[in-house]
Design a protein around this ligand. Structure first.
Ligand code: SF4
Length: 328
């Protein structure tokens, strides 16, 4: 279903004369890694090595790849423009080879007059078709431009909805094209507007409101639980595209200003096992904010985002809840 544009990748490898190339794959593509290597080996003189640690986004760029290879190829993600990488790094984007069928007709009665269009990387090619359809139906269709963490107009990351934010005041709600709830939730939490998901794989249209409200109730519970916390462990990511040391320092200053204790912890992978040994009443996560939001059930103690810490410590009102955007 996905197009990997392997011809362009082979031309890049051969053009640069790379003989050892390291490959990173997102979890959903790892089962195809060996087939992709077979195809690349047939068409180039290079040899390939899989870097098999989890790779959730471009933010997960392997920082030690030059110990194993001359070049690095990461599949499934677009580059993060604000993240500096060498010329020996290439991102191979995947675009879905799929149409929208009658899903736009199904979505039409659920949309307002002014619609913002969003998609995840794999489905960006479907945005022009959706815009043309909506305009033919007399609706306004706009596609926003995000900050420097976002590569393409209309693109949403799980940690960055700025392409939605840029047009939020000009639309009644958003139509998001993609699978699952992960990216759509960033738009729903971040923009505060209604987000309708058009899922070309499941062939369904669904509203994000109930899911967003359920998660917000969970976040309220975590914040309330952390209000009286005395000891906080503030997590900083070791990953290049998630590292927010400045935000961690701000969080620690805030915690200490309230007479509480704070410890800074650097982790590559955040997991219950990695936190087991630390005494903490609550964690503050300055890495991928979705660890706090989507994985909250894995942790016995509250795992707050930065704005959630501000609410817990009385520096921000619950009514002013904001999504923790990693800015570009
Ligand atoms: S920080 Fe999280 S949501 Fe953002 S790109 Fe990385 S894995 Fe995805």
């Amino acid at each position: 279903m996905f197009n990997y544009a392997l011809d362009e990748l082979c031309a890049w490898i051969e053009g640069n004369g790379w003989s050892e190339v390291a490959l990173q794959f997102p979890e959903g593509v790892k089962s195809q890694a060996q087939g992709i290597i077979d195809a690349l080996t047939e068409r180039t003189d290079a040899s390939f090595i899989i870097l098999g640690d989890p790779c959730y986004g471009a933010c997960d760029l392997h920082q030690g790849f030059e110990n194993y290879a001359e070049a690095l190829v990461q599949f499934g993600h677009s580059p993060i423009p604000s993240m500096q990488v060498g010329t020996n790094v290439r991102f191979v984007e995947m675009r879905a080879d799929i149409g929208l069928g009658d899903l736009l007709l199904d979505a039409l009665p659920l949309l307002g007059d002014r619609v913002g269009l969003l998609a995840t990387l794999q489905y960006l090619d479907l945005l022009p078709q959706a815009a043309t359809f909506l305009k033919a139906q007399g609706r306004d269709a706009v596609i926003g431009v995000g900050d420097r963490r976002i590569t393409y107009p209309g693109q949403v990351l799980g940690c960055n909805h700025t392409s939605a934010e840029s047009v939020a005041s000009a639309v009644d709600g958003f139509l998001y094209i993609g699978e699952g709830n992960f990216h759509a939730l960033a738009a729903a939490l971040g923009s505060g507007k209604s987000v309708l998901v058009l899922d070309p794989v499941r062939g369904e249209v669904r509203d994000m409101e109930a899911y967003r409200d359920r998660l917000l109730r969970q976040r309220f519970g975590a914040i309330t639980q952390a209000t009286d916390a005395d000891v906080f462990v503030v997590i900083v990511s070791g990953k290049i595209g998630q590292r927010r040391l400045d935000k961690a320092e701000e969080a620690i200053s805030l915690i200490k200003s309230k007479g509480r204790r704070a410890y800074k912890l650097v982790l590559e992978e955040i997991s219950p096992a990695a936190l087991l040994h630390y005494k903490a009443d609550a964690f503050v996560n300055t890495a991928c904010p979705r660890v706090s939001i989507d994985d909250a059930g894995l942790y016995k103690r509250p795992m707050l985002t930065i704005p959630e810490l501000q609410i817990a410590l009385g520096e921000r009102d619950w009514d002013d809840y904001v999504f923790d955007v990693i800015e570009g």
